[in-house]
Design a protein around this ligand. Structure first.
Ligand code: ZN
Length: 80
């Protein structure tokens, strides 16, 4: 049964662990069990839930970068 289906539909299909839909392999990132739309939805949700944390972390990283490498940061600003 499976082999007949494969013969009729040569493109690889995968079942998404997120939405449960069977989609073409090209709808998935390699090594992922969720389709691209599920992953992007998750990323969005993750960002919305953790937005403040992410922003805080990014700005903390930025300040650290400026503090430890201020000459380089200034050089970057001059280019703009
Ligand atoms: Zn999905």
């Amino acid at each position: 049964m499976g082999s007949i289906l494969k013969f009729l539909a040569p493109t690889d299909k995968k079942k998404c662990k997120g939405c449960g839909q069977t989609k073409n392999a090209e709808e998935f990132y390699e090594q992922r069990r969720q389709c691209k739309s599920c992953i992007s939805k998750q990323m969005k949700e993750y960002y919305q839930k953790n937005r403040e944390k992410i922003i805080a972390r990014n700005s903390a990283y930025y300040h650290e970068y400026v503090r430890t490498d201020s000459a380089k940061a200034k050089a970057e600003q001059c280019k703009l």
